[in-house]
Ligand binder design. Sequence first.
Ligand code: SF4
Length: 218
Amino acid sequence: MEKKDIFVEKLLGWFAKNRRDFSWRNTNDPYKILVAEMMLQKTNSKQVAKLFDRFVEKYPSPASLAKARVLEIENMITPLGMEHTRADRFKKWAKEIANKFNGKIPDNRVDLLALPGVGNYIANSVLCMAYGKELPLMDTNIVRVLTRVFGIKSLKARPRTDKELWDKVARMIPKGKARNFNLGIIDFGALVCLAKSPKCNSCPMSNFCLYFEEVVNR
Ligand code: SF4
């Protein structure tokens, strides 16, 4: 068995027992997933969880969000920070979706990437979590896990934008399990392979992790 296959097997096993439960994960509604991802930009999940349900209850569709005043959205999302920029973006993409796409969140990258505030990560997250496409996600936490376990290094100043890394992770995705694979790495990076003080001694990857071998256990 290749190392990447062992990693995937261990990751899925770990995730089945340790997954974090957030309401945006218990849906495949692309609107709710898009809202959640917009909120999760530069804000942690716990903060988002405090107001996500209220937000989607008040604005249950792109049309309702498009009709809201920016100030009203801003007041509601103040605890997340960057409220003015975010509220403005919410309003802009909701209007675009309501007007251009008949209220339906696009199911393709080109249209998603054209929405204000949507980059590769958010586009892939919507396509994977809502539309079941087998696409990878890449952020600094995922880069950290891969760098430590596999010694994968990027020459780019911002590794999370490195196409080679995206391609490498894409090749790891087990068929039919992209959603759990992506959520699994996110949770694993948030709960075990932490930026500071990773929990190496209780980690299921420790017997094949390069960082464990070269740094922790040398
Ligand atoms: Fe991360 Fe440590 Fe586990 Fe390696 S052994 S994956 S560095 S927590």
